[in-house]
Write a protein that binds this ligand. Structure first.
Ligand code: NDP
Length: 461
């Protein structure tokens, strides 16, 4: 379907005008959804030259169609807290595109969740899922619910109330949600329990399940491990490896924990973790023993990362700070969107950081991305670098459909292969004519072309 990617038939200034006109139309249809506009703008800049060089994409209006969700489900979630007060939250599922497989993407429970945030995440998910090579469409959902400070009973009742509505819309061939911020193993358990009760089926309609009842080996590890594999592949393009490198990591949840674990395994030293209150710095390295303590703190006791500095001598806690002032070779933003701003990026580059692999979704602002690209460092955007999580979710769907079970080694090998092929695809579409690889452009074009071709092949629907 795709005719050419190498030759732009339109001058750069004309491309900029086309992107601006396109964005005006997107913004007028989605007022106030700033994160969504940010995500679409980045992709539009990468793919507009391809669209102009391939009239079939232009005539079919592929980009215009891709930025409007197939459907959006919005619902009320009513539950009762421990003091018997009735609580009300907003629940959502944004089904962005089902062109290349059942809708697939996580659920986020966080007070800042709104339609714009979920549309940005769902849009990124479409291209990310396309990059994995697996047959998965893109979606995202969640609620403006804060899990912090809630008892297990409250979390269970909230999850059950949320599923009471969502279960109408999901199924193994329809839409398969998973976890994201605020939705970990505990929440997936409660969500699936209610789904099973309501549907009367043991379908693989959610991924991230416990390995005791259908979950894939290595799913909790997959996003963090995959982001480190991606960094390793980027470093290999310069004849380097992770061995002996110093790394900063943000966040202290699922993705951050397994990023640190894999960095240790491959000979690098992770020296920071953070949460929304501040950052800990441990120049001796967050080794396996310390990481095991962090997992207990965050996953069982639901504590704050500041407690690390009381537990481990020689480490320090920086209240209200992000990790990006701390000198490092490699950075792994693994907390949330827009957590690396322009000044943070400048500081990272100034301090010698030359490889950034994003575990989080869109953690760098557009200005920060420009700093990385202008400095010509190795910069792996989230939609490529963190695709390992959804890739292993895809393997979990496949495992559930076949009533089979894969070994840990098998899943790890597949994860490595998928991350490697994503990296290859980014290099293929992201080379600038010299040795520099623009992984943003590469990921956007590689993800886009497959979905755009599917759209044309499936007709005007
Ligand atoms: P978790 O809920 O397990 O952890 C999130 C971490 O990020 C916590 O340490 C949290 O701190 C921190 N955080 C959240 N919001 C903010 C904020 N506004 N400012 C600073 N820190 C914040 O989530 P995950 O680890 O699963 O997800 C992290 C990122 O990775 C997200 O962007 C997610 O979309 C992305 N991702 C996750 C995948 C997965 O498989 N889980 C797959 C692909 C991407 P606090 O406790 O203070 O809120």
């Amino acid at each position: 379907m795709l005719v050419t990617v190498s030759k732009s038939v339109v001058a750069k200034s004309d491309i900029d005008s086309l992107v601006n006109a396109f964005m005006e139309s997107v913004i007028s249809q989605s007022t106030g959804q700033t994160e969504f506009h940010q995500a679409v703008h980045e992709v539009a800049k990468s793919v507009m030259p391809i669209i102009q060089a391939n009239p079939i994409y232009r005539e079919a209006k592929v980009l215009e169609r891709l930025v409007i969700p197939d459907s959006v489900i919005m619902f009320r979630v009513v539950w009762v807290d421990d003091s018997n007060e009735v609580r009300i939250n907003n629940g959502y599922r944004v089904r962005m595109s089902g062109l290349i497989g059942p809708y697939k993407g996580g659920l986020r429970f966080h007070p800042l969740v709104n339609l714009g945030v979920l549309k940005f995440l769902a849009f990124e998910q479409v291209l990310k899922n396309s990059l994995t090579t697996l047959p998965m469409g893109g979606a995202k959902g969640g609620a403006d619910f804060n899990t912090k400070g809630r008892s297990d009973g409250e979390i269970m009742r909230f999850c059950q109330a949320f599923m009471n509505e969502l279960f109408h819309y999901i199924g193994p061939d329809i839409d398969v949600p998973a976890g994201d911020i605020g939705v970990g193993e505990r929440e997936i358990g409660y969500l699936y329990g209610q789904y099973r009760k309501l549907s009367g089926c043991f379908h693989g309609s959610i991924t991230g399940k416990s390995t005791n009842w259908g979950g894939s080996q290595l799913r909790p590890e997959a996003t963090g491990y995959g982001s480190v594999y991606f960094a390793n592949d980027m470093l290999a393009t310069r004849g380097e490896s992770l061995e002996g490198k110093i790394a900063t990591v943000s966040g202290s949840g699922n993705v951050a924990q397994y990023t640190v674990e894999k960095l240790n395994a491959l000979g690098a030293k992770a020296i920071t973790l953070s949460d929304s209150n501040g950052t800990i710095v441990d120049n001796d390295g967050i080794n396996y023993e310390k990481l095991a303590w962090v997992k207990q703190l965050k996953n069982i006791h639901r504590g704050r990362i500041s407690e690390y500095a009381n537990q481990f001598k020689g480490s320090t806690y920086l209240p209200g700070k992000r990790p990006w002032d701390v000198p490092c070779d490699l950075a792994f933003p693994s907390a949330t969107q827009n957590e690396v701003e322009e000044e943070d990026a400048k500081q990272l580059v100034k301090n010698g950081c030359y490889c950034v692999s994003e575990g989080a979704n869109m953690p760098s602002t557009p200005e920060a991305v420009d700093v990385f690209l202008n400095a010509r460092i190795l910069y792996g955007p989230g939609k490529a670098a963190n695709a390992g999580g959804v890739a292993v979710s895809g393997l979990e769907m496949n495992q559930n459909a076949g009533c089979m079970r894969r070994s840990r080694d098998d899943v790890d090998n597949q994860l490595r292969c998928i991350m490697h092929s994503i990296h290859e695809n980014c290099v293929k579409f992201g080379r600038n004519g010299d040795s520099f690889v623009d992984y943003v452009r590469g990921a956007n074009i590689a993800g886009f072309v497959k979905v755009a071709d599917a759209m044309i092949q499936q007709g005007i629907v």
